[in-house]
Ligand binder design. Sequence first.
Ligand SMILES: *[C@@H]1O[C@H](CO)[C@@H](O)[C@H](O)[C@H]1NC(C)=O
Ligand SMILES: *[C@@H]1O[C@H](CO)[C@@H](O)[C@H](O)[C@H]1NC(C)=O
Ligand SMILES: *[C@@H]1O[C@H](CO)[C@@H](O)[C@H](O)[C@H]1NC(C)=O
Ligand SMILES: *[C@@H]1O[C@H](CO)[C@@H](O)[C@H](O)[C@H]1NC(C)=O
Ligand SMILES: *[C@@H]1O[C@H](CO)[C@@H](O)[C@H](O)[C@H]1NC(C)=O
Ligand SMILES: *[C@@H]1O[C@H](CO)[C@@H](O)[C@H](O)[C@H]1NC(C)=O
Ligand SMILES: [Zn+2]
Length: 443
Amino acid sequence: MLGISGTATTLLLLILGATVRADEPTTEEQMAANLGMSKFLVHFSRFACPESPSTGDKAECVAYGYQPVTDAFAKNEFPPIWVPVAGVSNDTEGYQKFLSINGSVPNIAPKGVNGVPTPNLAYDAAKDPDCWWTNTQCVTPKHDGVKADIADVPEPKTLGYGFDDGPYCGHNEFYNFLTSKGQKATMFYIGSNVVDGPLQAQRAVKDGHELCVHTWAHPSMTALTNEQVFGELWYTIKAIKLVTGVTPTCWRPPRGDADDRVRFIAQSLGLDTIMWKYDSFDWEQGTNGVTPADVQNNYNKLINDAKSGVLNSRGAILLTHELSNYTMQTAVDNYPKLVEAFDYIVPVGVAYNKTNPYAETSVTQPSFAQFAAAHGGPPAPSGSASSSPKSASGSPPAPSASGVKLDNSNSTKANNHSGAVTVRLQLPATILAFVGLAMTFAV
Ligand SMILES: *[C@@H]1O[C@H](CO)[C@@H](O)[C@H](O)[C@H]1NC(C)=O
Ligand SMILES: *[C@@H]1O[C@H](CO)[C@@H](O)[C@H](O)[C@H]1NC(C)=O
Ligand SMILES: *[C@@H]1O[C@H](CO)[C@@H](O)[C@H](O)[C@H]1NC(C)=O
Ligand SMILES: *[C@@H]1O[C@H](CO)[C@@H](O)[C@H](O)[C@H]1NC(C)=O
Ligand SMILES: *[C@@H]1O[C@H](CO)[C@@H](O)[C@H](O)[C@H]1NC(C)=O
Ligand SMILES: *[C@@H]1O[C@H](CO)[C@@H](O)[C@H](O)[C@H]1NC(C)=O
Ligand SMILES: [Zn+2]
């Protein structure tokens, strides 16, 4: 979700423009102007998290300044937020790295412009020469040297648990819930949200979740040039590194929109591509006629498959979102049912024994065997029906957070604005719905 086409952006700016009051303090606007950002984007903060909990936790959605991010923007180290990255030619390190890989990228033409797909693009779906997921759900590349996607997990009756589109400013109740269950997940973060919610992003690492990249501005990646694809990933990696101290090694394409060209660029940046096989469509609730009952049916499909043995030889990955109170609360409501249906619920990397989820070795997570041992027994041998005791409570070996730079681990704290401004942008549901109308593809 959150794909912003040029048209939608224009419309958004129109909507927001109408809401700016002339008599409001202008500090943020002036600072944003100094940073070359639109004041309208700053004023998105007025709408931050309309659904944020009314239970005394609202402070988490008040805009705050975070000095390392403010300083980086002042030095033009990041592109404008929520705009598909134009390129990396101003970034010496990034551009050198890009040029070093560009000659090896599979020769596939972009399938659109600036992140907006070309409507009705001619494509031979039968041959599927580019392994274009959007068209064919292909996850096994056609080009040599391109790593296959991860779309499920090899362990039986195991769920690779994850959430897209964070960090959401109002996620504390949700993260509190996960922590109360000893549950870790894979969080696919949008770079524009990371610089907006750096303390929220820090919390994910501190809580032991596995952070992956979900691009800078959530465009359709096959509709970008090689340099733009690189930039979307490069700046999100850089943002996560800046605020959490770790370098992610996995990513998920918005709307699943990947082909071999995009996959190759991602893998050149050290990123595994993680897709899914079950989709909750939770992001779509309230739009396009999608109801909570529809979303529950999607959850039920996964739950019933797990219960009826469909996932007894390989486990699953479900697409869900850290996007609104609704999507998070739906995850909370379904958690007990998932615990009942699955033997193990783990971050995707744990199901792949990825004990070092980041380039740095300072943060670790358990192997699958270690996780299983801490949750009631050894894993069942792959391929056989599992009879392991199920339990998702209790704690796996704690990930070591030593060496992680956490300047302020209390992500409920809202800094005051006098020192600096971090541009805050969390798209409210009404506007999300509106953007949805302008989108060609879902998710
Ligand atoms: C969603 O909002 C309701 C009402 O404010 C609140 O009680 C609930 O805890 C929130 N859920 C999450 C996951 O934040
Ligand atoms: C590079 O910087 C110039 C000057 O700040 C700017 O006009 C241009 O858009 C930037 N190019 C990219 C690709 O970001
Ligand atoms: C990267 O490669 C593409 C495809 O060969 C080419 O069109 C583009 O000009 C290259 N970019 C740069 C900056 O060299
Ligand atoms: C993870 O490690 C276990 C042994 O502990 C092995 O059986 C399993 O195949 C490994 N999984 C992967 C994806 O390599
Ligand atoms: C986090 O910050 C909030 C708001 O400043 C404060 O009320 C709360 O006590 C802090 N919690 C911790 C654990 O420091
Ligand atoms: C806000 O921050 C500034 C500088 O960081 C500090 O001088 C001021 O006392 C703070 N105000 C409040 C209300 O905390
Ligand atoms: Zn997304």
